[in-house]
Design a protein around this ligand. Sequence first.
Ligand code: FES
Ligand code: FES
Length: 171
Amino acid sequence: MAKYEITVNAVKQIVEASPDMPLLWVLRDKLKLTGTKYGCGIAQCGSCTVHVEGEPVRSCMLPISAVSGSVTTIEGLADGGNLHPLQTAWIDHDVPQCGYCQSGQIMSAAALLANNRTPTDTDIDEALAGNYCRCGTYIRIRAAVHSAASYYRADEQTETHAIDAENGGAS
Ligand code: FES
Ligand code: FES
């Protein structure tokens, strides 16, 4: 056992764990962040996806001793009281069925939208290719990702207009 300091959802945490304990179990068992799910345990299903430094990783295969950088889980995706646009879109499109895979799906989608505000169906399918859904919600997942992307684009356009107006110009 050793002590590790990790930042999870912007909060510094000290956890005592064996070096080979996967991040998934640190999150679920030590920190009680149970939104991240265990599916296969061998980096094949994507249900355990979290972000490390904004990149999607399979937490079931990442030992705590190898975690470098801040971790974001589904519990940390919302901005204060405001749901992440993907979470809103997920609700609007009624995406989940059993729900088990969904936090992993959303985390992979969030990493995609952080870098690509105009994803095509192919971009979405590729970014989420490692996230399996036994309930087959893929069509609704795609629609929800497109909705969230539209929300971001509209929001950014509003911001640009506001900045233009402040500078006395028009856009
Ligand atoms: S539980 Fe990690 S990829 Fe399946
Ligand atoms: S919603 Fe059931 S596994 Fe995806």
